[in-house]
Design a protein around this ligand. Sequence first.
Ligand code: ADP
Length: 170
Amino acid sequence: MIKKIILYPGSFCPPTIGHSDLVERAALHYDKVIWAIGVNPVKNYLFTVEERLDMMQHIVDDARKDGLDNIIIESFEGAAIRYAESIGAEFILRGLRNTSDLQFELEMATANRGMCKNIETVCMFAKPHFATLSSSLVRDITFLGEKIDQYVHPYVAKKLQEKVKKTWMI
Ligand code: ADP
């Protein structure tokens, strides 16, 4: 039987509950969800790839306790569409929060279709509660010394606090 594999690529620096909500909803409809960090060597990130994978793994471990055992964590370099091809994923998952996301995702999906015709981009709308949530907002709020518990998994909140402390000590 051919398995329906969907790749969810992004930076996830850090992963928010908006991201994990999308992953978990996709896991209900696809055989396998590959939740993967796209590594861009020229971009500066707050968390290393290893740190982000560790946070994502904690989220996935909790999802498994809730019966979702088809989410896999990965990282890759280069174009997401090429990575999708290499792992046999026929779908790429992206999230839409607003019209800016829509514009960006439309351009990206069109470019990806030009590179590979067999892979469909699937966009899922953010739940209204998460529609204004982004990794950059979470980072900014943390560095202002405010609580971010309602936006991220408890383990991610802990890692953010540690990162702030470390940054201020330098
Ligand atoms: P990027 O891929 O642009 O570096 P992210 O890693 O933050 O950005 O996001 C990956 C994908 O998840 C994108 O499609 C983005 O639109 C989507 N996304 C980001 N935050 C949310 C959210 N709160 N709810 C739903 N989707 C989101």
